[in-house]
Design a protein. Structure first.
Length: 68
């Protein structure tokens, strides 16, 4: 009986370890996807900023102000 309980305990530990590994894997995947999206958004923002500054420097801005 003692051997059966010991084996059951080892199996439970193994199952718990697998569950934790799956959770860690899913969290890592979520972080990777989020980081990629964040990088894309930052790149797009800098591209827009660069275009705006370039247009302002060359006088081709599409601003909506009336000016005076």
């Amino acid at each position: 009986m003692k051997k059966v309980l010991a084996r059951f305990q080892r199996q439970q530990r193994g199952a718990t370890a697998i569950e934790y590994a799956l959770i860690v894997g899913l969290v890592a995947l979520g972080i990777a996807v989020g980081a990629k999206q964040l990088g894309t958004d930052i790149s797009s923002g800098f591209t827009t900023l660069g275009t705006t500054v370039k247009n302002m420097m060359t006088g081709t801005s599409t601003g909506s102000g009336s000016g005076s």
